[in-house]
Design a protein around this ligand. Structure first.
Ligand SMILES: Nc1ncnc2c1ncn2[C@@H]1O[C@H](COP(=O)(O)OP(=O)(O)O)[C@@H](O)[C@H]1O
Ligand SMILES: [Mg+2]
Length: 284
């Protein structure tokens, strides 16, 4: 990886000037000649919940993989938790938690055993391990299941355990790639509730992706819309809706800015008619 070539031993003081805890600058990633992420720039403030939305293949996971140092950038860069992504990936890793898109907890271990592995991975001091595990299990509402095998967990419990794994070292920023995909509504609700509580109680900055517009609306202060690798809008859910039409929902925003409609004038014309009818109905 390119990033591992840069010196990781020198750790200049974190740049904490300004309130942005993530500052992304013209971030670009190519796979061969294909541009998966194209000069994306945005900032995320301390304690903010920022959502990335976009169709499959829009580049959401690639942005997250670069910001978590797992994938080298092609060009551009970012400051994450005050550290330069390219020059100081080790410090970036120490200050972030990452919950990947695919399930990562080990079913043959108990919840506590999974967290013990994470604690070693993150280099948490031995004397702090037990209390950190207890705290994160409680924070994700899993304390009663600490010593149960994970293969007996529901999908929602496994997801909460994986979030606990990402939180064990008390990161300043938590990255979550589709944290609720594949969960039933009750399990999704539980995961979202825990994330809302985390944000309220610890001011952890959260960057997440999701295909569920209702949860983006419920959780996110601001949303970035990716389309074919380009960031086409960044605003609060309310601002995005207002931009699309008087009675627009976030699903309409997705369709207009990120979906097939965004490309086709015919579908856009149809959408405009649909939105104005709905507005007319809601105004009586
Ligand atoms: N390792 C890779 N090699 C080649 N192409 C990739 C690789 N990773 C992602 N891509 C491509 O980059 C684009 C963006 O992928 P991704 O970031 O996973 O999208 P999203 O998470 O928004 O669904 C897709 O077209 C995908 O096929
Ligand atoms: Mg993805």
């Amino acid at each position: 990886m390119d990033v591992s070539r840069s010196p990781d031993t020198v750790s200049p003081a974190a740049d904490t000037s300004g309130s942005a805890v993530i500052e992304v600058r013209a971030l670009t990633r190519r796979f061969g000649s294909f541009v998966a992420v194209d000069r994306v720039s945005f900032g995320v403030g301390r304690g903010e919940v920022f959502g990335l939305i976009g169709a499959n293949g829009a580049g959401k996971s690639t942005v997250i993989r670069m910001l978590t140092t797992l994938l080298p950038v092609t060009s551009g860069g970012a400051t994450v938790a005050g550290y330069d992504l390219v020059r100081n990936p080790g410090e970036v890793r120490r200050h972030i938690g990452y919950v990947p898109q695919l399930m990562s907890a080990d079913g043959d271990l108990t919840a506590t055993e999974n967290l013990l592995l994470s604690a070693r991975l993150y280099g948490i001091p031995f004397r702090e391990i037990r209390s950190r595990i207890e705290q994160t299990l409680a924070a994700m509402d899993l304390a009663p299941f600490a010593h149960r095998l994970v293969k007996a967990f529901s999908g929602g419990m496994i997801r909460r355990l994986e979030i606990a794994q990402g939180l064990l070292h008390c990161p300043a920023i938590l990255f979550l790639d589709e944290p609720t995909v594949g969960l039933d509504p009750a399990a999704r609700h539980a995961v979202l509730g825990r994330l809302a509580k985390l944000r309220a109680e610890t001011a952890t900055t959260i960057l997440l992706t999701s295909h569920y517009m209702e949860e983006i609306e419920e959780l996110c202060d601001r949303v970035g819309v990716l389309r074919e690798g380009k960031l086409v809008a960044v605003a609060s859910p309310a601002e995005l809706k207002a931009r699309v039409g008087p009675a627009a929902t976030l699903d309409d925003v997705f369709a207009a800015l990120a979906g097939e409609e965004a490309k086709s004038p015919e579908i856009q014309a149809y959408r405009d008619v649909r939105l104005s009818r709905r507005a007319a109905r809601s105004h009586g």
